[in-house]
Design a protein around this ligand. Structure first.
Ligand code: AHR
Length: 324
C-alpha cells in the first residue's frame, strides 16, 4: 500500500515536470526570422523586437538570425512550423521566393506577420499583415532635398555626377530607394550615375568598393548611399583618399536610416542628409499580435511616418534623444 502511494506521488511529480507552469501556459509562442545583423538599423530593430516580445509581456520568442541568406530564413520558418508556434514574424531579405514556405505555414494554420521589407506573393492571404517603411517615399525625400539644395545654391541645371551605393538587390529598401533615384535621373538629363556599387547594406563592403572605385574615379558630386552603414564605409574611404565631403563644392553624401551615429556625421558635416527609416517595430508587431489574439483583423499594410534631417535642422538634443 505504502509502495503504491510512493509510486503515485512519483508519477504525479514526473508529470508535473513536463507540463508548463501556470505562467508558461499563457505565453504566446512567436517565431521571428530576422534578416541578419548587417547594420546599426538591424541591430536596433532586433533589440526592439526582443524587448517587445519578452516573457514579461506574455511571449515566448524563438529568434533566428539568417545572416543575410534567404535559405536560412526558409529553414527557420520550417523549423517554427515544426515547433507549432502560434505566430511567425518574418523580416524578409528580398521580396521574392516566399510562396511555398508561407503556403506551408498557412496549411498548418499559423498566421504570418511581415515586418520591415515587403514580400511579393501570388496570394496575399499567405500573410496576415505587414508593417514597415515606405522606402520609395524615403528615396523621394532624398531627391526633393537634393533638388531644393541645388536650387538654393543656384546650381539647378548644373551637371551632377552621382555614385550610387545599393543595398541588397531585390530588398524592398533597395527597390524603393533605387526607383526614386532612377526616376529623378529621367527628369534630370543633367544628372548622371557614374557607378552603381553593390554594398549589401554593410560598412565593410561599401568601404572596399568605394576605396577601389576612387582609385580610378574621383570626380563625384553626390554619393547616394542606401543605408547609413554603407555611408560610414564610403566616408572612411573618402577620408583615407584625402577627399573632403559635406562642405561647399565638396561631395554630398545622402544617407538612409538616420541612426544616431549618422546624425553625428551629419552634424560634423560628413553626411549632408539623413533620411529616416524607423527600426522600432517591436511594439508595432506586438500590437498586431494582440489584435489577432483579441479576434480582430489588423490592417493589411501599415506604413510608418518618417522624416529627413540635414545639418541646418539638427540639434544636439535631437542627437542625444535619438533612440537608435
Ligand atoms: O530594410 C531596412 C534596411 O535594412 C535599412 O535601411 C538597413 O540599414 C537595413 O539593413
Amino acid at each position: 500500500m505504502k509502495k503504491a502511494l510512493v509510486c503515485l506521488l512519483l508519477a504525479m511529480l514526473l508529470a508535473s515536470c513536463g507540463a508548463p507552469g501556470p505562467e508558461e501556459e499563457h505565453l504566446i509562442r512567436v517565431g521571428f526570422s530576422q534578416v541578419g545583423s548587417e547594420s546599426d538599423w538591424r541591430i536596433a530593430n532586433t533589440a526592439s523586437m526582443i524587448a517587445a516580445l519578452s516573457e514579461a509581456n506574455g511571449y515566448e520568442l524563438l529568434f533566428d538570425n539568417a545572416k543575410q541568406r534567404q535559405e536560412n530564413q526558409l529553414l527557420a520558418i520550417r523549423n517554427f512550423i515544426q515547433q507549432n508556434v502560434d505566430y511567425i514574424v518574418l523580416a524578409p531579405i528580398t521580396e521574392s521566393g516566399w510562396d511555398d514556405v508561407l503556403q506551408e505555414a498557412k496549411s498548418n494554420g499559423i498566421p504570418v506577420i511581415i515586418v520591415d521589407r515587403r514580400i511579393a506573393v501570388s496570394d496575399d492571404s499567405l500573410y496576415t499583415s505587414w508593417v514597415g517603411s515606405d522606402f520609395r517615399e524615403e528615396g523621394e525625400l532624398a531627391i526633393s532635398w537634393l533638388e531644393a539644395f541645388l536650387q538654393q545654391h543656384s546650381r539647378a541645371g548644373e551637371s551632377l555626377r552621382i555614385l550610387h551605393i545599393q543595398g541588397t538587390e531585390g530588398a524592398t529598401a533597395q527597390i524603393g530607394r533605387t526607383a526614386a533615384l532612377e526616376h529623378a535621373i529621367r527628369r534630370h538629363p543633367e544628372w548622371e550615375i557614374i557607378g552603381v556599387l553593390p554594398g549589401e547594406y554593410t560598412e565593410a563592403k561599401s568601404y572596399e568598393l568605394v576605396r577601389d572605385f576612387l582609385k580610378t574615379e574621383q570626380d563625384i558630386d553626390v554619393i547616394y548611399s542606401e543605408n547609413d552603414n554603407m555611408s560610414f564605409g564610403a566616408v572612411r574611404a573618402l577620408e583615407e583618399a584625402g577627399i573632403p565631403c559635406g562642405g561647399e563644392g565638396e561631395i554630398m553624401v545622402l544617407s538612409f536610416d538616420a541612426v544616431r551615429r549618422a546624425l553625428e556625421f551629419c552634424r560634423d558635416g560628413k553626411i549632408s542628409l539623413c533620411v529616416e527609416c524607423n527600426p522600432l517595430h517591436g511594439p508595432r508587431v506586438a500590437a498586431l499580435l494582440q489584435q489577432l489574439e483579441n479576434g480582430s483583423t489588423p490592417a493589411k499594410l501599415t506604413f510608418v511616418d518618417e522624416l529627413a534631417f540635414d545639418r541646418e535642422m539638427l540639434t544636439d538634443d535631437m542627437i542625444r534623444d535619438r533612440e537608435y
